[in-house]
Design a protein. Sequence first.
Length: 264
Amino acid sequence: MGIAKVNVKEVFYAYENKKDVLKEIDFSLQSGKILSILSPNGCGKTTLLKCINGILHLRSGSILLDNKDISIYRVHELAKKIAYIPQFHNPIFPYKVIDMVLMGRNPYIPLYSFPRKNDIAITYQSLRELGIEYLAEKKYSELSGGERQLIFFARILAQQAELLLLDEPASHLDLSNQIKILDMIKQLSNFGITIIMSTHIPDQALMISDNCILMKEGQLYVYGDPEIVINTRNIEQVFGVSSMIIDSPYPANRKICVPISSII
């Protein structure tokens, strides 16, 4: 795992021939790094993730994964490369946790075949690596929001994907579970997985990201080091909010963005 390099080149996207939702998005991300896409709600973050995942087809531009256009990959090949965790997931069936994680092995299991011993072994190993093997026999539908997110991360490990796309992974969790999920994302990066996550919370980007994009009205406003990108002027221009950027002694002297008041 962990060799995915991403290049997004002059991407435009529009729904049903209406005006562009994404306009001239252009950036690259080295393998094993974490990129946060930061913007207010409704600015195209989710749309961009779906384009990178191949769910939506571009109006123009290209998205390269390891220097190969994603449109060239077959579906099962792309499923081995990219894993996607949407913002919302409501379970329909009361699957056991072990079965939910085992679904990550689907790209490797031939049609009309059953999981092999190796698939089951990888599934349990994924749970062990995240310290949640004790949840294996529980029903996924009965877990808390934070636990469900952890199960999705275990499924990512079982899938052995190289690129992980996360749509606001910690936004609907309490503070304790937000920290757990952000720590988990950093841990997956340490495993060598390349990660692109969307968020509308500057502190999440400052906490774990190697790179950060600020988006405004479907366009890339600025891209670079989070501690350079996230400054009072850019926050004001993108979010319409006055803020302070302060230094925190913990963890690792990172910066914190403190909103003060709306200027709109």
